[in-house]
Design a protein around this ligand. Structure first.
Ligand code: SF4
Length: 353
């Protein structure tokens, strides 16, 4: 079933491209703005500032409308998705539509729900910040133990797992530890680089981002480890873009920025597909091209306009064309049908990274 879902995703993107259409094949959705942790490096204000999240009926309508509009994969995010009281029903409903589904979690509540959702979730994405001391310092006491317990639960129930690490200055030397832990827990490892807070809040990257040289060294290291066969999830092309990123003070590049780059620099950029083949629905129902655009542009809302219309409103002209955000760039690669990302998807299915 999982492989069939992947074929459905690939063919939906290919079909849309062939006919020059925009289709929200991949939908990332913050199902709640609430969270049970208060992480120091969180990019949102989860658990503090909360939009009114979609009711179950509204959520179900979004799933129906998205499926009709061509959505074949959903990633449930938050906040912490598992704090939503009706999360199991929602997962069951999405699953009934044949949509591939992943869930991003801090792991705390996974043991409570794993048995019920184990056959419906295609990938569990655990946040892991580094060694125990660092993880607990950033997320709160005992949170490392909680995520390890959750990872063991995933193994017990045969759920595929991915360990997501946002690289900041404090944990940039924990790359080996994270990869070793991911391998021990039969998962793979996704590294990203810290990005600004959402909704135009004060930029945190200046405080938390590692210096330029350290970041480039980390990217080169990850590429080397991936070449050696360690379970690095994202594509080499993606880390190469970050390694050669023109200026880490600029996390997004607009057409006017790209015009100033050399032909060689332009060649390394991964073109944005957000708003064309994937999009982000924030917890209050606003539809953005991706989560990095929250608060930076006017958008439609699924409660008032409906998903189809809100997605339609995402014009391509007025937002960025490339970013160093490794998670988003991977979506850009997948939705651009890059050969490496297509092979990666096939490789993942066959148990390779
Ligand atoms: S380049 Fe695309 S994916 Fe990246 S931040 Fe801009 S809109 Fe989002």
């Amino acid at each position: 079933m999982s492989f069939l879902k992947k074929i459905a995703i690939g063919s939906s993107i290919a079909g849309a491209k062939m006919f020059g259409q925009r289709a929200p094949v991949i939908l990332n959705w913050a199902v709640t703005g609430k969270c049970n942790l208060r992480c120091k490096h969180c990019y949102g204000s989860y658990g503090r500032v909360q939009n009114e999240e979609l009711s179950f009926e509204e959520a179900r309508k979004l799933v129906d409308d998205a499926a009709k509009a061509g959505t074949r994969r959903m990633t449930l995010e938050g906040g912490e998705p598992l704090v939503r009281p009706d999360i199991c029903e929602l997962i069951e409903y999405i699953h009934s539509k044949g949509i591939e589904m992943s869930i991003c979690t801090n792991g705390v509540l996974l043991p409570k729900f794993a048995e019920r959702i184990k056959d419906k979730i295609d990938l569990v994405v655990f946040s892991l910040d580094g060694i125990e001391e660092r993880h607990d310092d950033l997320r709160g006491k005992e949170s490392f133990k909680a995520v390890m317990e959750a990872a063991d639960t995933a193994v017990k129930y045969g759920m595929r797992s991915l360990f997501f690490t946002c690289l900041i200055d404090e944990n940039i030397n924990d790359i080996d530890f994270v990869l070793k832990t991911a391998a021990e827990k039969k998962g793979s490892s996704a590294f990203n680089i810290v990005v600004s807070k959402l909704s135009g809040e004060k930029d945190r990257t200046a405080l938390q981002k590692a210096p330029d040289l350290k970041l480039r060294e980390a990217m080169a290291k990850i590429i080397g480890l991936k070449k050696k066969g360690l379970p690095v999830f994202y594509s080499e092309q993606n880390f190469t873009q970050a390694l050669l990123w023109p200026d880490f003070n600029k996390e997004r590049l607009y057409a006017k920025d790209i015009a100033l780059l050399s032909a060689k620099q332009k060649k390394t950029l991964i073109p944005c597909q957000a708003g064309r083949h994937f999009c982000y629905v924030e917890s209050g129902g606003n539809v953005y091209p991706c989560y990095q655009m929250v608060g930076l542009m006017q958008t439609g809302n699924v409660k008032t306009e409906g998903f189809k219309e809100a997605f339609k409103q995402l014009g391509r002209a007025e937002y960025c064309r490339a970013c160093y955000n490794i998670t988003l760039s991977e979506l850009n690669l997948q939705c651009g049908l890059s050969l490496e990302s297509v092979l990666k998807v096939a490789g993942n299915y066959l148990g390779r990274y």
